[in-house]
Design a protein around this ligand. Structure first.
Ligand code: SAH
Ligand code: SF4
Ligand code: F3S
Length: 477
């Protein structure tokens, strides 16, 4: 999944910990005078952030306003991630801190949601004494019942996975919204079995959400003034929805078109594309509509065919290069491409690591999320392969990947200097209220002087300078 877009994060998108340890707190509270208050923190990928908005909606219907102040909360939820060991450790540390608040307010309920809840199930109750409820990603409709159980003095667990649940009918409460861009979850789960990955175990089988409900959500967002949506799934290219009577069937390219047609003023993004599944039809649909952003997150994981095979990614280096060539041929050199890379997967040799660096040279990624391999219990790799690359070697290889990415990011950003970019303004710049920050089509952050512009405006910006993570320019009226 494409990790969350947060400006601090983008500026420092190189570190290993970026995706897994990114956290969001509520910035928009519901204050409607309900009797109890929910505080929720989200860890991990955009799916989790989107799920927290569904959870907040369910809780709102059941007597809970949201608060951004943990000390005010009657109920604290951590929506957790298991992707790497470090992501889980972050949550455990946070539970330790929350204990401090619970000591002051013993009636405060603490719930662990999301992937770590699903992975550890009820053992989490034994391991972390302050936890009152453990709820997996497909069980959020059951939250009101589970809260009742906790109110009655018991601990509560529901980690049942579902083949159908898509929460299609639930209207998410936007928690962190800048009022400009929003996530729309289009599918859940994952049917791939990448050998390093815990997601198929924590999120269950892949299922696609009703296309009409997705379009309706996009229309509602436009009516509320939103200017950008990101369609989310672990593998959006395998989106496939059919109506119950079988008269209608929608694939990802068709869905993309339907959402693009909602409004020419609505930017459409999507994540994550899987190299084995991304079709030319998707690329041609992107080309056809100006409002579909020319940016693709296409995680390679490795540049070596043997390692890709061990990872069970089901494509090889040549296939991946062929997909990149198709992107360049259909959408041109300006289309942004980003990746995820894993350093030091089981048995990876120095030569194989060099293949990852040479793939990065070939593709010229705009940016990447880079990690060293972290063995996850229960995965195919944990069962079948030895995690035999010493930590120092993993870290050194990761460093080399990061250095390479910094080079290519800077190359790609330098190409943007001297050109005019259409920027959707999202916020003030982090450094000054006199400057605005937004993103161009290729998902790059652009900073420029505010003048009379404001959040939600599309502004043409002439870029005059860049760093590894940011473009700088001036608005041209
Ligand atoms: N569905 C997306 C990825 C979701 S997980 C895809 O297929 O691309 C986000 C990223 O975390 C992955 O792309 C991978 O680079 C990284 N990741 C997953 N499991 C990992 C592990 N065990 N160790 C290190 N990185 C991992
Ligand atoms: Fe994990 Fe692979 Fe599914 Fe992505 S496609 S979520 S890496 S199993
Ligand atoms: Fe996402 Fe982490 Fe779960 S990356 S799907 S929250 S394991």
């Amino acid at each position: 999944m494409d990790p969350i877009v947060d400006l601090d994060f983008i500026d420092s998108r190189m570190p290993e910990e970026a995706a897994a340890c990114d956290t969001t707190h509520i910035t928009q509270e519901t204050q409607t005078g309900k009797s109890r208050k929910l505080y929720i923190e989200s860890y991990g990928c955009a799916m989790n952030f989107s799920d927290s908005e569904i959870v907040s909606s369910i809780m709102f219907e059941n007597g809970f306003d949201t608060t951004s102040d943990i000390a005010q909360a009657d109920l604290v939820f951590l929506n957790t991630c298991s992707i790497r060991e470090k992501a889980e450790q972050t949550v455990r540390n946070r539970l330790g801190q929350i204990n401090y608040f619970k000591k002051k307010k013993p009636e405060m309920m603490v719930g662990v949601l999301g992937c770590m809840a699903e992975r550890l199930k009820k053992s989490l109750l034994e391991e972390e004494k302050i936890v009152d409820l453990v709820v997996g990603p497909d069980a959020y409709r059951d939250l009101p019942n589970l809260i009742n159980e906790v109110d009655g003095g018991q601990k509560a667990v529901n980690v049942l996975l579902s083949r159908e649940e898509t929460y299609a009918d639930i209207n998410p409460i936007r928690l962190n919204s800048n009022g400009v861009s929003a996530f729309i979850s289009i599918m859940r789960g994952c049917d791939n079995m990448c050998s390093f990955c815990v997601v198929p175990f924590t999120r269950g089988r892949e299922r696609s959400r009703d296309a009409h409900s997705i379009v309706r959500e996009a229309e509602a967002l436009v009516a509320q003034g939103y200017k950008e949506v990101t369609l989310l799934g672990q593998n959006v290219d395998s989106y496939k929805w059919a109506s119950e009577d079988g008269t209608e069937s929608v694939n990802f390219a068709q869905l993309l078109e339907k959402v693009a047609l909602v409004s020419p003023d609505l930017r459409v993004r999507f994540s994550t594309s899987h190299p084995k599944d991304i079709t030319d039809e998707v690329l041609y649909t992107m080309k056809k509509y100006d409002n579909i952003c020319k940016y693709i997150h296409l995680p390679a994981q490795s540049g070596n065919t043997r390692v890709l095979e061990l990872m069970n990614r089901t494509y090889d280096r040549e296939w991946y290069i062929n997909r990149v060539d198709a992107i360049r041929a259909i959408l041109g050199d300006d289309c942004g491409i980003s990746s995820d890379m894993i350093a030091g997967f089981c048995t990876e040799t120095e030569e194989e690591h060099q293949d990852t660096l040479s793939l990065m040279d070939y593709v010229q990624y705009d940016y990447s999320y880079m990690f060293f391999y972290s063995e996850r219990p229960g995965t195919l790799a944990a069962r079948k392969l030895e995690d035999d690359i010493p930590l120092e070697v993993k870290k050194r290889r990761l460093d080399e990947i990061i250095t390479k990415q910094r080079e290519t990011s800077l190359n790609r950003n330098k190409r943007d200097v001297g050109k005019v970019h259409k920027v959707l303004v999202e916020n003030f710049s982090k450094k000054s209220k006199e400057q605005l920050s937004g993103r161009n089509d290729q998902n790059k952050v652009v900073i420029f002087d505010k003048k009379h512009y404001k959040k939600g405006d599309y502004v043409n910006v002439l870029v005059h300078d860049c760093s590894v993570g940011t473009l700088f320019g001036q608005a041209i009226d």
